[in-house]
Design a binder for this molecule. Structure first.
Ligand code: C2E
Ligand code: CA
Ligand code: CA
Length: 803
């Protein structure tokens, strides 16, 4: 409580406004009281003098009334004793003094004309006494009276009045000041001070420390404070925006500064460039000069030095005569002229630009040595293989045509580098490229000077062997080439085995036309391929026939695939353990409408070399699945059917989806379908192939390796391939009874298969003795004419029934 008061006092004491207000209030009340004193005092004095006068008159009346009385003396004493009248003189109506008593006044009634009237009958004498004149009417007697009235009592009363007035006034002054202070404090000062303190607390930090005026009285002040609060809020918002804007402005400013810097930099660069330009053509590396019609050099930049030295005109400053001719010609024709010259091994292009009006010529020279070199290089590349720097097909042909007419006999050899593709696939392009460069080197060093060597495509080289004048010589040359390429090469620490095939066409024996001669050499090469590696073939008309046939078959095959001329036959497979038919290999047949039945050996490669092969993959699996289901439905048993796939088919993108579709569509278990691949198939892209085979195996299909032992027989891959069976090629079985060697091979294959946990099937069984032997060698299954020829659907069904 005390604390609260202390606080209040402290507040008021510290409040300047309070002080100012109180002082002013005090002064105002004081002045008001001072002003009020005069009328109060006048009134009070008037009233008291009137009363005083009345009392004096009453005493005078008594005196005059009693004048006749005998005891007038006593009465006189009483009047003087008990009233304020201190003495007087009675006059009769004629103005004669009738009686005097007490202190006699020194004035006569006539003197009253000049005396100042104080109040009514009273006239001023001195501080302590008044004179007064009462007439007969006032005294109600036949007398007039001049009296002296004692004033001291009145004086005391008036001074008492003043004292009382001021004591009350002072009290009132204090009380009123305090009361008004209190009221104004509560009504005015307190809210204002609160507002002041609130504002003071803000310390000018409006945005960060907002404390608005929280005391809002319900009067005009409250309204004002509310306005102040709103203004603060707005101010704060504005300030906030201002800060934001300032920040943005700063960023803009920074960016602007950066831009200005950049612009300045650019401007500097531009100025530098301009300055450099101003020096142009002085700084131009290319010779630039101006010369008049007489050959006088008017201007030349520094770069002209070599040129002028070459023309020996450094000192004379006059161009050689032949150039003056050029100048005149240019000026005459009014068109520019370009001339190429060689100066100390550098090629220059001089551009003569005539300025006809001035009669002089500007000459701009450019060193075009580099351009010339590139042009030369391009010309070389247009005519040479970029890798081996040997003539390409186009240029070879041009030279070939040119030389052909001058020759009487020569052979055109096409050489195929058989190992280029496997090398690039297995060891990478870089090694393959080096292999080709190495081959080119060998070829270059093994041909005669007059011969023409060409490199047509990565694996195809050509030689126009002009040095061979007979077929025998060509024979020997081809054999020589084959022998040098069948050696081992060491490239990038790889030991490479290579082989080539050669096709030869003879000029003019086979053909004189270049185009046809090229075709014949190509055909002969194809034929050499068919024969085998490291062979050469001369072109013969039969080759042509064969290729034509090949082409025809290819055309017919298109229709065959679309018109379903292809069918499958089934060659049963027998288990040597149970002596029962366990399945069959499906083999394709082509019923040609005109040529009859065509063997797969004749058309499988054509199919494989075209994309037609993709069209039969799905058909193969569907047909086999249908056959399986047909036998199953007829209660003949569930037979495993083997399908032969080529390399292309194995890499066919939708192979796995075809397999899945087959087992789903025909509800056949995957284990009843076996896929036969050859080693050659597995070797094209081993990693990819193994991946696909694993997926196939994962789906539950069986895998068999066909024609084992005939091809590369890479034991390295055999281990990696996820196969379950090896099919021993019929070439081993054929003479197994007679040839000990074959028997040993078959035995070894079976042993190897056992080691690798693989089954074995021997193909091409034609004799019962072969069966006996294979049983001894613990072969698992057999297939061959002895068991059955390949059978069509119906025949195979019958065969299964009878077994
Ligand atoms: P392959 O896969 O080795 O098929 C076995 C070939 O040997 C078949 O010849 C078959 O008729 C024949 N053969 C079966 N048993 C004997 C026998 O006891 N003695 C003899 N000398 N031969 C027998 P085909 O049907 O002419 O097939 C030849 C080749 O054509 C097949 O050899 C196979 O590589 C390919 N081929 C056949 N059908 C297809 C097929 O549907 N797809 C693929 N990609 N290739 C197929
Ligand atoms: Ca086969
Ligand atoms: Ca086979």
């Amino acid at each position: 409580m005390i604390d609260k008061h202390k606080h209040w006092f402290k507040n008021v004491f510290n409040c300047k406004l309070c002080w100012q207000f109180s002082v002013w209030l005090f002064i105002v009340i004081f002045i008001a009281e001072l002003l009020l004193l005069v009328p109060f005092y006048t009134l009070f004095r008037k009233e008291h003098i009137a009363l005083f006068e009345k009392n004096a008159l009453e005493a005078a009346r008594v005196l005059t009334a009693d004048y006749t009385l005998s005891h007038s003396e006593q009465l006189e004493n009483n009047i003087l004793k008990f009233s304020a009248v201190k003495g007087g003189i009675l006059y009769d109506l004629e103005g004669n003094v009738v009686k005097k008593f007490g202190i006699n006044p020194k004035v006569s009634p006539a003197d009253f004309e000049e005396l100042p009237v104080i109040n009514g009958q009273f006239y001023y004498k001195d501080d302590e006494h008044y004179y007064t004149l009462w007439n007969a009417r006032e005294l109600e007697a036949p007398f007039e009276m001049v009296a002296i009235v004692d004033n001291t009592h009145l004086k005391t009363t008036l001074s008492d009045f003043i004292k009382t007035y001021w004591s009350i006034a002072l009290l009132l002054l204090i009380v009123l000041t305090l009361a008004s202070l209190l009221i104004s404090y509560y009504l005015l000062i307190r809210p204002i001070r609160n507002a002041y303190l609130s504002i003071q607390r803000l310390e000018g930090n409006l945005p960060s420390a907002i404390t608005y005026i929280d005391f809002l009285p319900s009067n005009e002040l409250g309204f004002i404070f509310n306005v102040v609060n709103t203004t603060f809020s707005k101010l704060q918002l504005t300030l906030h925006e201002l800060h934001q804007k300032t920040r943005e402005l700063n960023i803009l400013n920074e960016n602007l500064e950066i831009q200005v810097d950049q612009r300045t930099q650019k401007l500097n660069d531009a100025n530098k460039a301009l300055a450099a330009m101003a020096l142009f053509p002085e700084q131009n590396q290319n010779p630039t000069f101006r010369v008049n019609a007489n050959g006088n050099i008017i201007y030349a930049n520094k770069a002209c030095k070599t040129l002028f030295h070459f023309w020996s005109c450094e000192k004379t400053n006059i161009l050689p005569a032949e150039w003056i001719q050029v100048l005149n010609a240019v000026l005459l024709s009014k068109t520019h002229k370009q001339i190429e010259i060689l100066v100390n091994g550098h090629a220059f292009l001089l551009d003569f630009i005539p300025i006809v009006a001035e009669n002089y010529v500007n000459v701009y020279a450019i060193d075009i040595s580099e351009r010339k070199r590139i042009e030369q290089e391009n010309r070389f590349l247009q005519s040479h293989n970029p890798l081996t720097k040997i003539f390409n097909r186009h240029f070879f042909k041009l030279l070939f045509d040119e030389k052909k007419s001058k020759s009487t006999f020569f052979g055109l050899l096409f050489l195929h580098m058989n190992d280029y593709i496997p090398i690039s696939q297995h060891l990478g392009q870089a090694v393959a490229d080096k292999f080709l460069q190495h081959s080119a080197k060998i070829l270059k060093s093994n041909i005669s000077k007059e011969d023409l060597l060409g490199h047509f495509s990565s694996y195809l080289f050509a030689i126009a062997a002009y040095h061979c004048h007979s077929i025998e010589e060509l024979d020997n040359f081809a054999l020589h080439l084959i022998s040098i390429f069948s050696r081992e090469f060491i490239i990038d620490s790889y030991t490479l085995h290579s082989s080539i095939n050669i096709g030869i066409a003879l000029y003019p024996t086979d053909q004189t036309d270049t185009e046809l001669l090229f075709q014949f050499a190509d055909m002969a090469l194809l034929q050499a391929h068919n024969v085998g590696v490291n062979t050469f073939q001369f072109y013969t008309p039969e080759i042509n026939q064969q290729l034509l046939k090949h082409h025809e078959l290819y055309q017919d095959l298109h229709r065959a695939v679309l018109e379903k001329q292809l069918t499958l036959v089934y060659q049963p497979q027998l288990s040597l353990h149970t002596n029962k038919i366990i399945g069959a290999e499906t083999l394709i047949r082509w019923h040609h409408p005109a040529k009859g039945l065509i063997s797969p050996d004749e058309f499988i490669t054509i199919l494989e070399n075209s994309s037609l092969i993709f069209l039969i993959t799905e058909w193969l699996f569907e047909t086999a699945a249908k056959m399986h289901n047909r036998l199953k439905e007829k209660g003949l048993g569930e037979f495993r059917l083997a399908i032969n796939l080529t390399a292309k088919q194995l890499n066919q993108e939708n192979l796995l989806s075809i397999l899945i579709k087959t087992i789903e569509k025909f509800s056949i278990k995957a284990k009843f379908i076996e896929i036969e691949i050859t080693e050659r198939v597995s070797l094209t892209e081993p990693e990819k192939c193994i991946k696909t085979l694993n997926s196939i195996r994962h789906l539950g299909f069986q895998l068999a390796l066909d024609d084992f032992g005939t091809d590369y027989s890479s034991l390295k891959y055999l281990q990696k391939l996820p196969i379950g069976k090896i099919k021993i090629d019929k070439s081993f079985v054929e003479n197994v009874l007679e040839k000990q060697e074959n028997q040993k091979i078959v035995k070894a294959i079976i042993q190897l298969a056992k080691e690798l946990n693989l089954k074995t099937l021997a193909e091409g069984i034609e004799l019962p003795q072969q069966v006996e032997l294979l049983k001894q060698l613990e072969c698992d299954e057999i297939q061959g004419y002895l068991v059955s020829m390949p059978l069509d659907e119906k025949a195979f069904e019958e065969f299964c029934k009878n077994k």
